[in-house]
Design a protein around this ligand. Sequence first.
Ligand code: FAD
Length: 361
Amino acid sequence: MNRRYDVCIIGGGAAGLACAASIGHGISTCILEKNEILGRKILATGGGRCNLTNAGCAGVSATLDFFALQGLETCCDSEGRYYPYSECAADVVRVLRDSIDDTYCNIMTSTAVLNVSAREDSFRVETDQGPVTADAVVIASGGKAGPQFGTTGDGYRLAKELGHHNTRLYPILTGIECGAFSDLKGIRARGVVRLYRDGEMLGEEKGQIQFTADGVSGICVFNLTPMIRAEEGEKPRDAMRRYELSLDLAPDFTPDQLQKRNSVFGIVTGPLAERLDAETIKDWRLPVRGIKGWREAQCTAGGIRLDEIDPKTQESLLVPGLYFAGEILDIQGPCGGYNLQNAWETGMRAAAAINERAGAL
Ligand SMILES: Cc1cc2nc3c(=O)[nH]c(=O)nc-3n(C[C@H](O)[C@H](O)[C@H](O)COP(=O)(O)OP(=O)(O)OC[C@H]3O[C@@H](n4cnc5c(N)ncnc54)[C@H](O)[C@@H]3O)c2cc1C
């Protein structure tokens, strides 16, 4: 199938689709996606609702304009999180797919990229369906989080073979293992989670805490995970011993108010109330044993080194014509739409640079 294109986009996820949708008419493009469908991870985002950006993101208006142009209405919740108005992640994938012009873009699903090599004036992209040749390549193959959605970290290897480097990778935005909670599994409680290392508080988050069989989960917990990691050369198990969580499951009550009560039942539900008293409900200390792995993580911390990429174009500073977009980069944000924002933004930026380059030829 050796076909020649102006641009080859590796990965039909958020960044790859935003890039393809923004590439100008007349520029022949192919999208190579290893899954059978495009945007498989997008479908799972925001619990199926797709929290596509956040009012706190610098590039929020460009993203909203982009989606409005494709006909997608959006709405914002009280915490600045934007969703499609229909609250349906599939609609996001659909508008992205519909905005890609089939006249110029060949979408190849069930096609895994195995290797990319740079030639004098083009790239040869080897896939399990045969080779493709392109003048420019965009690596938008995501990170390592959620491998069940197709993101198994292939892009780091492809980039390495082209001379790029990545910073250390570790799973973030995931649950924290910190107890044996089979009796609490499924219980949710409002509270504040504080993270300590060597007794020093690193951060705190307020929100709904969800108990799992071996720990805690929920957005407020996820947002603390970027701070939990082993130092270079440190064994993960040794590193974890330094971390501790403190849960305040009665943030709206003072210690005095709690002391006057017979029990904490009514503030927290049955099985939790049996474990806690007036003191521990305000400061329930739990040693961190670890964080959940790649399968349950929503994002990858670390990625392709940013000092090897031109931030105005997403083009490699090492290999002309090679671009990077999305989670593969060493960019990560908290829950709330920041990571999809990064994907749309870098995908669109790479497309703008490619359009300009094509115009200049
Ligand atoms: C369960 C879950 C919920 C999330 N919810 C949110 C949310 O609500 N808001 C938010 O901002 N972020 C959310 N995220 C994070 C967000 O989805 C990602 O940061 C974002 O999708 C990254 O975009 P990307 O294009 O870089 O990668 P992806 O969207 O992951 O796309 C990469 C694509 O490349 C393909 N690919 C990989 N290797 C190859 C190869 N060798 N050949 C061909 N194709 C390949 C993959 O199959 C994949 O389709 C969530 C993540 C998860 C796992």
